[in-house]
Design a binder for this molecule. Structure first.
Ligand SMILES: Nc1ncnc2c1ncn2[C@@H]1O[C@H](COP(=O)(O)OP(=O)(O)OP(=O)(O)O)[C@@H](O)[C@H]1O
Length: 697
């Protein structure tokens, strides 16, 4: 096959594929590939079939033999009834298919096979996962710092942010917060535009949008679509799935890809679709919105609706002259699919695909971040800190509750003293502080799940890596945790009058800080496995309940059954180490009254060994350092869990799906995913997982 190098720089300068001056400057500055002139994206797909394996081992073709192309400067509408495969086609094209989906056929970007996930193409999902406490301008500015090159001066970054705000028509709400459960913010349509703004900030050449207008009123939907049209006119390739667009919105699209049951019903110019349907025998009635008519022809749910009609309603349908009312939609769809196969549109689409595929154009570099790791970590830390300080539910509420609870502890154990009865009281006070007070930290889990949603969106679009996120989250939370534990620890220490002395005070608050941070880290690790906030809290509470049981208070260390509970559970429990350290910290060096004043006083060391069964040979500072190392271990687990869910889990799921399919069919499946396309994380699985969390909003 002859390869043609596209758009070589012309004699009088470079040919730039219809870019605005701003886009051109940015692209030249940020691209690390050699600038060969045309940086536009031409996407083609040929004989694209996607097969999914279901849990019973059955397979289902979700897409069947689709052929089409998307060109720069055009806005394509992907339409079809629910379940027709629109999202699957978007996923397949953007390299985000679920692990149980297998793809055959060829997808080429500028005539080359390219892995499209993680930033090469921008993908705007249906969910607007944004940080509610930030204003629109802040949201876009942080995103700019996270992704634009460090060496680009801030004035230029700001200019880009401002131009993006104007491009998306967000000037009026630029300084309004996005909004969350307690902050009233911008409207749904504006949120949608912010989500799109974040993805167009880096001026991607290829933009996918999953139902950008769903849930918006007609004016907002029109505005969003008009903006998309503007973006396409800037030389970008824009593909958007749409649900039931109004006639004004529909007219803004250039091309239409109509799907039904995973098959092509129509692919071509929007302007020719009207004629196509008329030729196929299904002309659009004069007073009907064309897009409604097209969907009406192919939506088999209408057959079910008609079957339930009775009496006059049925007669009304039967008396109509619309040819659609005479046959079932299933028959109409079949007729249209057959008609398309032999149509001029199908023929010219195939020709065009072959023509575009032959041209080996620019290798588009990943549109992901250009910022350094340090810049990303710094920006994420700052952004997360700002969010935590503005979100009342993140730490402020916890501080309030911690103060209330520690004042309660302080009044109940007020001035504990060194009487005989204070020995057990000191034990139970420490056990309550390090058991229940630290346990209350799971209250921050819902906010953290919200953070994770933003992270997932940004991660999948290649904005930054997992390490930068973990660093940002750890550092930004630190001042708040120090504040909460030092304030509540100080109240508790001085009201109860625990062992006097600065060193003892410091140990107590540091131990409280370390324990609360371990709980946070544990909850983060849980969030990476169970991103549902209710399930996460239940699991976190269960784990901590077990840890508390083996802490050495409810059952003395030597009495804890050795297998499992003593070894290894008590050693894994941070409560165990906290109590071992705090008991030493509190009792060592004190003398306690005996049962009778005639009997000698009891030294704290004696109580530690004989009552609480504490290993006094080990320094309390070692106990504390074990808790600190647990923080690091849990953060590493968190990091690994994200990595595993990104790389290993899809691979295993794919393997299981393949096995199931083989067992069912008894044959080796020959459908393979080219370039590991199906191995990238599925956005839809991620969106589905978070559906429940979204409902709570
Ligand atoms: N990974 C998968 N595993 C099992 N079934 C799948 C998978 N992906 C898609 N499907 C099935 O394929 C069909 C098409 O799904 P898809 O979400 O692409 O449709 P859609 O046109 O986007 O629908 P909607 O408009 O409702 O979002 C559905 O019946 C869906 O259940």
């Amino acid at each position: 096959m002859m390869e043609i190098e596209s758009n070589k720089p012309a004699a009088n300068g470079v040919v730039v594929g219809g870019l605005s001056p701003l886009s051109e400057t940015l692209w030249r500055e940020t691209t690390s590939t050699e600038f060969v002139g045309d940086v536009s994206a031409r996407l083609t797909w040929k004989d694209l079939t996607v097969m999914v394996t279901l849990s019973n081992g059955e397979t289902q073709n979700v897409l069947e033999g689709l052929t089409g192309y998307a060109e720069p400067g055009t806005l394509m509408a992907l339409m079809g009834p629910s379940g027709s495969g629109k999202s699957t086609l978007l996923d397949a094209l953007s390299g985000r298919l679920a692990a149980n989906a297998f793809l055959s056929g060829t997808i080429l970007l500028n005539g080359r096979k390219t892995k499209l996930s993680f930033g090469t193409a921008a993908y705007v999902t249906q969910d607007d996962n944004l940080i509610g406490t930030l204003t629109v301008r802040e949201t876009i500015s942080y995103s700019a710092r996270l992704r634009l090159p460090d060496k680009m001066p801030w004035s230029e970054k700001r200019a880009l942010v401002e131009s993006t705000i104007i491009e998306m028509g967000l000037q009026d709400c630029a300084d309004t917060v996005i909004g969350n459960w307690h902050l009233r913010g911008i409207s749904g349509g504006e949120k949608r535009r912010v989500s799109i703004a974040l993805e167009i900030l880096m001026r991607p050449r290829l933009l996918f949008l999953d139902e950008p207008t769903s849930g918006l009123d007609s004016a907002s939907a029109f505005f969003v679509t008009q903006t998309l049209r503007g973006l396409s006119r800037d030389g970008r390739t824009v593909v958007a799935s749409v649900h039931q667009p109004s006639s004004e919105v529909f007219e803004l699209f250039d091309q239409l890809y109509l799907l039904s049951g995973g098959k092509t019903v129509y692919f071509g110019q929007v302007s020719e679709a009207y004629e196509f349907f008329a030729q196929a025998g299904f002309p659009c009635p004069s007073l009907r919105n064309p897009s409604d008519h097209f969907l009406r022809c192919i939506n088999s749910d209408f057959d079910k609706v008609k079957a339930t009609l009775k009496g006059s309603m049925k007669l009304r349908f039967d008396a109509s002259d619309d040819p659609l009312e005479k046959i079932t939609t299933a028959d109409a769809t079949r007729a249209l699919i057959d008609f398309y196969r032999t149509s001029q549109q199908c023929y010219s689409a195939k020709e065009k695909v072959d023509e575009i595929s032959k041209v080996k154009g620019t290798v588009l570099d990943s549109g992901g971040s250009q910022a350094s790791f340090l810049m990303q970590s710094y920006t994420l830390t700052k952004r997360s800190f700002v969010n935590m300080s503005r979100d009342f539910g993140y730490y402020w509420l916890r501080l309030l509750i911690y103060i209330v609870v520690t004042v309660c502890i302080g009044t109940i154990y007020l001035d504990i003293g060194t009487s005989y009865s204070s020995i057990l009281a000191r034990g139970s006070c420490a056990s309550f502080v390090f058991g229940f007070v630290t346990f209350m930290s799971i209250g921050g889990f819902p906010s953290f799940v919200e953070d994770m949603k933003v992270f997932q969106r940004e991660r999948l679009n290649g904005h930054y890596g997992v390490t930068a996120f973990v660093i940002g989250n750890t550092l930004s939370a630190m001042p708040f945790l120090i504040m909460i534990t030092f304030i509540s620890g100080t109240i508790c220490y001085f009201m109860v009058r625990l062992h006097p002395g600065f060193e003892h005070y410091m140990f107590f608050v540091l131990c409280l800080y370390a324990s609360v941070t371990v709980v946070e880290s544990l909850m983060m690790a849980i969030a990476s496995i169970v991103p549902n906030f209710l399930m996460g809290i239940i699991i976190g509470a269960g784990i901590q309940g077990i840890f508390m049981l083996v802490s050495g208070y409810f059952r003395l260390p030597n009495d804890i059954p050795k297998p499992v509970w003593r070894y290894p559970m008590s050693y894994i429990s941070f409560h165990f180490w906290a109590l071992q350290g705090q008991y030493q910290n509190d009792l060592e060096g004190l003398l306690f009254e005996n049962q009778s004043p005639l009997l000698p006083k009891i030294p704290g060391e004696y109580i530690l060994v004989n009552v609480f069964q504490i290993d006094v040979a080990r320094s309390k500072w070692i106990d504390l350092s074990v808790i600190f190392s647990m923080i690091i271990i849990y953060r590493i687990i968190f990091f690994l869990m994200i990595k595993i869910s990104e790389d290993v889990t899809p691979w295993i799921r794919g393997l299981i799906a393949r096995r199931r399919m083989q067992q069912k069919n008894g044959t080796q499946n020959t459908t393979v995913a080219p370039d590991g396309l199906s191995h990238s994380p599925s956005l839809r699985t991620y969106v589905a997982k978070r559906g429940t969390a979204r409902e709570k909003k």
